[in-house]
Design a protein around this ligand. Structure first.
Ligand code: EPU
Length: 420
C-alpha cells in the first residue's frame, strides 16, 4: 500500500491549479443515464471515485470512454437496473444511479449504502422523495428496489438539505410527468453545476442554487457537452496548505464565492487572501495563526469537507480554537492521529476544543477517510521532522496527484510503498 512521506517545515511558494470537482463530476456522470445522445464531459478529475463511477455506468450499459480528463458517455442502450453491492460498498455515491435509473427505466435496484467511517449516513430522504413522486420502494436483502411506470411531479419538502438526495430527486424529476417543486434543498455549487449540465441536455430546471428548485418534467433528454466546475474542497485545501506553512501560494481556479465562509475564518486567523485577476486567490501569511471558532454547516456555511484540514491549522494557532461538526457524527477520526503529532485537542460530542501548540512533531499516522487524510498531510507539512501518512488510498479517492502538486510548491513530499 502507498504512503505519503512528508518532511515538514518548508513554506510553500508558487502557483497551483485546481482540478475538476469530484462531487460535481459524480452526479454529472450519473446523469448520463437519463437518456441517449453523446455526452462529453471535460475537466473530470482522475481520482478513484470517478473510476468507480465509470465502472458502474459501464456495468449498467453506458458506453464510457475516457481520455485524460475527458469522459465520453453514450447511454442509449442502458438495460441493467442494478447497482451491485460490490461497487456500492466501495463508493456511496453509487446511490446517484437510483433516481436516473428509476425515472428512465421504471425500475432500479441499488444496493443500500451502509454507514461509513464518518457517520451512519442514511438515504431515507432520497427514498421519501421518490415515494412522494409515486415510486414503490422496498428495501430487501440489502437492496433498495424501486418501481414506477412513470414518476409524477410532486411537492417535496426535505427535512435536511441532503446533497446527493437533492441531486437524485432533481434527476428523477427531469423525466417525471408534470412539475416537481423541491423545498429546503441543498444549495451547494455542485448542484448548480449538475443543473447546468441537465439544462444543456434539455431539462427544465429553475432555482438551482436556491433552497427551492422547480423541475418541469420532459419526455427525453439529449446529449450535451459540459466542463466540470473547479473543486472547491481541493482549492480550500491548497489555501490552507499555503496558510499553515506560512508561504505565498496562488491557487488558480479557486472561486471566492464557493468558499466565502472559509475565507472569512482563514482571514480571522491572520492570513492574507487576495483575489488575483483571473488567476484565483493568493494566500500569504507573515504572522502566527490565531485561534478561531468554526461550525460546519450546509452550504454556504463552512464545509464539513474542510473540517479536518482546518483542524490542522487550529492545532498550531495561538490560543484556543473550537470546531463544531454538525453534519457528520463521526468526522473526528483524525483527532487521535493529530494527538500523535503533539496536538492538544479535546473532543466532547460534536465539539473539538483545540489548544494551539507552537509546533507539531512529525509522526507515523493513519488516514481514516478522504478529508481526514488531507488534514494529516497539512499537519505533516507544518510539523517538525518526518510524517508518514498511511492508508493513502483514502486520499486517492478524491485528490488528483496531491503530492505532485505540493512538490511543485516546494513541499518535501513523496509517495512511497509501505515496507511490511
Ligand atoms: N442525511 C439524512 N438522511 C438522508 C440523507 C442525509 O439524515 O436521507 C444526513 C446525513 O446523515 C448527514 C447529513 O444529512 O448527517 C448530510 O448528508 P448529505 O446527504 O448531504 O451527504 P451526502 O450527499 O452523502 C455529500 C458529499 C460529501 C459531503 C456531504 C456534505 C458527494 C458525492 N458527497 O455527501 O462528500 O461531505 O455531501 O456536504 O457529493 C467527500 O467528498 O469527502 C464527502 C464525504
Amino acid at each position: 500500500m502507498d504512503q505519503i512521506r512528508i518532511i515538514g517545515g518548508t513554506p510553500l511558494h508558487g502557483v497551483v491549479e485546481v482540478g475538476g470537482a469530484k462531487n460535481a463530476a459524480l452526479p454529472i456522470l450519473a446523469a448520463s443515464l437519463l437518456g441517449g445522445g453523446e455526452c462529453i464531459i471535460d475537466h473530470v478529475p482522475q481520482v478513484q471515485d470517478l473510476v468507480t463511477m465509470g465502472k458502474l455506468l459501464a456495468l449498467l450499459g453506458v458506453e464510457v470512454q475516457t481520455e485524460g480528463g475527458r469522459v465520453m458517455l453514450e447511454a442509449s442502450n442502458v438495460q441493467s437496473i442494478e447497482a451491485p453491492y460490490d461497487l456500492v460498498k466501495t463508493m456511496r455515491a453509487s446511490i446517484l444511479a437510483l433516481g436516473p435509473l428509476l425515472t428512465r427505466l421504471g425500475e432500479a435496484k441499488v444496493s443500500l449504502p451502509g454507514g461509513c467511517a464518518i457517520g451512519t449516513r442514511p438515504v431515507t430522504l432520497h427514498l421519501k422523495g421518490l415515494t412522494m413522486m409515486g415510486a414503490e420502494i422496498h428495501v430487501e436483502h440489502g437492496y433498495i428496489h424501486a418501481k414506477a411506470s412513470r414518476l409524477k411531479g410532486a411537492r417535496i419538502d426535505l427535512d435536511f438539505p441532503t446533497v446527493t438526495g437533492t441531486e437524485n430527486l432533481i434527476m428523477a424529476a427531469c423525466l417525471a410527468d408534470g412539475t416537481t417543486s423541491l423545498h429546503h434543498v441543498a444549495r451547494e455549487p455542485e448542484i448548480m453545476d449538475l443543473c447546468a449540465f441537465l439544462t444543456k441536455r434539455g431539462a427544465k430546471i429553475v432555482g438551482a442554487g436556491t433552497d427551492t428548485i422547480t423541475i418541469e418534467g420532459v419526455r427525453e433528454l439529449h446529449g450535451a457537452s459540459h466542463r466540470v466546475m473547479p473543486d472547491r474542497v481541493e482549492a480550500g485545501t491548497f489555501v490552507m496548505a499555503g496558510a499553515i506553512t506560512g508561504g505565498d501560494v496562488t491557487v488558480k481556479g479557486c472561486v471566492t464565492d464557493h468558499l466565502g465562509t472559509m475565507f472569512t475564518k482563514i482571514q480571522e486567523m491572520g492570513v492574507e487572501l487576495t483575489e488575483e485577476d483571473g488567476e484565483g486567490v493568493r494566500v500569504r501569511r507573515s504572522t502566527p495563526l490565531k485561534a478561531v471558532e468554526v461550525k460546519t454547516l450546509p452550504y454556504p456555511g463552512f464545509p464539513t469537507d474542510l473540517q479536518a484540514q482546518m483542524m490542522a491549522l487550529m492545532a498550531v494557532a495561538e490560543g484556543t480554537s473550537v470546531m463544531t461538526e454538525t453534519i457528520f457524527e463521526g468526522r473526528f477520526l483524525h483527532v487521535p492521529e493529530l494527538h500523535r503529532m503533539g496536538a492538544l485537542i479535546d473532543v466532547d460530542g460534536p465539539h473539538a476544543v483545540v489548544k494551539g501548540v507552537p509546533r507539531l512533531a512529525g509522526a507515523p499516522v493513519m488516514a481514516s477517510d478522504l478529508r481526514a487524510s488531507a488534514g494529516l498531510v497539512l499537519a505533516g507539512l507544518a510539523a517538525e521532522g518526518e510524517t508518514i501518512v498511511s492508508r493513502v488510498y483514502h486520499l486517492d479517492r478524491g485528490y488528483e496527484r496531491l503530492e505532485e502538486k505540493l512538490q511543485a510548491l516546494g513541499a518535501q513530499v513523496q509517495r512511497v510503498r509501505e515496507v511490511i
